[in-house]
Design a protein around this ligand. Structure first.
Ligand SMILES: [Zn+2]
Length: 342
């Protein structure tokens, strides 16, 4: 990235009320068939416009083309039964009704490739696309076929790799894998999580990112955070392996979290998307607050590797608040750019 401190969001932004019920996670589409496709594309245009007006440097689709960050991808795979669902506990935290793996999973055709091509046509700025990570996918399903989280994750990684290669060919500059499960299942991350992630990014020339957060600001996550004590050291368990991986960018939750900033020293040399916007509150950060977070991160991240970002997605927020937060992110980054230029 040529620009110093390029700003981006982790991924999701609010959807317009005519496409899906606002201020609600995973709300169903309000349109169908060709109207839905057109609606998603229009929403993508709006999302692009809002990011550009706010001065965001690396553009995402705002996840206007998906209902859920994991299941929308899984819907496009064969071997999954969406009708006879089962209830499982997600990330040891909350119950959810999930699809069941009943046969070999394969990706028959592109999932987001056409959406990425559409976004690519609309802007010359770098674009980033988010995909679910293999471990988080496994944790969002009931497996009645492979009977092994590792084997199923491996199959997902193969499907994700095909998708990622086509996204790269469609002109995507950064492919991001969302792995909130990495903050929970440390042993699995170190045993097989990273090597399976390497399978997902195999052969890619574009940049790759991994997003590891403490989740959307929903009650189950907020309650879980209360149990984590005054210092959140989850990243410490997994950073050494990430440091040795070929992932280029690591996306972290920082602002208003209890993550000690010095943990970033463990991934010195990687690019770091520093979360300087809290997505679990409606309070819009001031540019100064954003700058304070970035300044603290700069003790452990070289300026050329610092990518100011959000803690997680902003889908459940109101559009006004999300826009305000985007603008604060951009202005806060500008404060630090000026300081670095002195
Ligand atoms: Zn997140």
């Amino acid at each position: 990235m040529k620009k110093l401190l390029p700003t981006s969001t982790v991924g999701s932004l609010p959807k317009p009320a005519w496409l899906a019920t606002p201020e609600k996670l995973w709300s169903p589409w309000k349109l169908e068939d060709h109207k839905l496709l057109e609606g998603k594309q229009d929403a993508l245009r709006v999302s692009l416009q809002e990011q550009q007006l706010a001065g965001i440097d690396i553009i995402s689709d705002g996840e206007q083309t998906r209902q859920h960050f994991v299941t929308t991808f899984i819907e496009h795979l064969s071997g999954v039964d969406f009708k006879n669902r089962k209830t499982v506990k997600i990330r040891n935290r909350y119950n959810a009704s999930v699809p069941v793996i009943v046969d070999e999973v394969t990706r028959k055709k592109g999932v987001f490739v056409n959406d990425a091509k559409f976004l690519r046509k609309q802007t010359n700025k770098p674009i980033k696309w988010a995909l679910p990570g293999p471990m988080t996918m496994v944790d969002t399903l009931y497996d009645n076929h492979y009977k092994s989280r590792e084997k199923l994750a491996w199959e997902f990684a193969k499907a994700l790799n095909k998708e990622a290669r086509e996204l790269q060919d469609a002109g995507v500059d950064i492919i991001q894998f969302d792995e909130p499960a990495f903050n929970v299942f440390f042993e699995e991350v170190n045993d097989w999580g990273i090597s399976i992630l390497e399978r997902a990014i195999e052969g890619l020339n574009c940049e790759t990112a991994i997003h590891i957060c403490y989740g959307y600001g929903i009650k189950a996550n907020n309650d879980w955070k209360k149990t984590l004590g005054s210092e959140w050291r989850q990243y410490e368990e997994i950073f050494p392996k990430i440091q040795n991986s070929s992932i280029d960018i690591v996306s972290l939750e920082c602002h208003n979290s209890h993550v000690p900033f010095n943990l970033m020293e463990l991934i010195r040399g990687k690019k770091v998307m520093v979360g300087a916007i809290d997505v679990a509150t409606n309070k819009i950060e001031t540019p100064k607050e954003v700058a304070d977070t970035l300044r603290k991160a700069l003790e452990f991240v070289d300026p050329k590797n610092l990518y100011p970002s959000t803690n997680c997605g902003m889908a459940p927020l109101s559009r006004n608040i999300a826009t305000g937060k985007l603008s604060a992110l951009s202005k806060g980054a500008e404060i630090i750019r000026k300081e670095l230029a002195l």
